[in-house]
Design a protein around this ligand. Structure first.
Ligand code: FES
Ligand code: FES
Length: 160
């Protein structure tokens, strides 16, 4: 018999009631039970960061968190970055301008990581941005465009 638990989780502002097994990861719950397939899975053991989402505003690796741990909490995924009408956020537009993605597989994780980082450190140095992005793996871009996009977004936001 399956070991099912009722979870009430808010994802990008929408409340979901979902029944999940205790071993179901947050990444699988988001992708398979709730349809938020923008969260990508690479390594599935906490190394690559492709699965990064925000839980109550803090970045977590969704492959290392169980879905049941988000009961009563608020999750933000890459689908929650754009405006309701589909207009990309300033950070997403900067990624596009700076060619901060090629295959795009790592991109949701970098975007969510950077979103949380900029909320906490609104005026980072380039070195701080470089240290931030070292936590996630990108096999395509060489990171330069990603660093430029995050730095430019910070600078734009600081200018208002
Ligand atoms: S898939 Fe979660 S860290 Fe790689
Ligand atoms: S853009 Fe391909 S892995 Fe980062």
């Amino acid at each position: 018999m399956k070991d099912l638990h009722q979870v009430s989780v808010t994802v990008n502002g929408t409340v979901h009631e979902v029944s999940v097994e205790s071993r179901r990861t947050l990444a699988d719950m988001l992708r398979h039970d709730l349809g938020y397939t923008g969260t990508h899975l690479g390594c599935e053991h906490g190394i690559c960061g492709a699965c990064t989402v925000l839980v109550d505003g803090s970045p977590v690796r969704a492959c290392l968190v169980f879905g049941v741990q988000t009961d009563g909490r608020s999750v933000r995924t890459v689908e929650g970055l754009a405006a309701r009408g589909g207009e990309l956020s300033d950070l997403q537009r900067a990624f596009s301008r700076h060619h901060a993605l090629q295959c795009g597989f790592c991109t949701p994780g970098f975007l969510m990581l950077a979103e949380a980082f900029l909320a906490e450190y609104p005026e980072p140095s380039e070195q701080e941005v470089r240290e931030l992005v070292a936590s996630n793996l990108c096999r395509c871009t060489g990171y330069q465009g990603i660093v430029e996009a995050i730095k430019e977004t910070a600078d734009e936001r600081a200018r208002g």
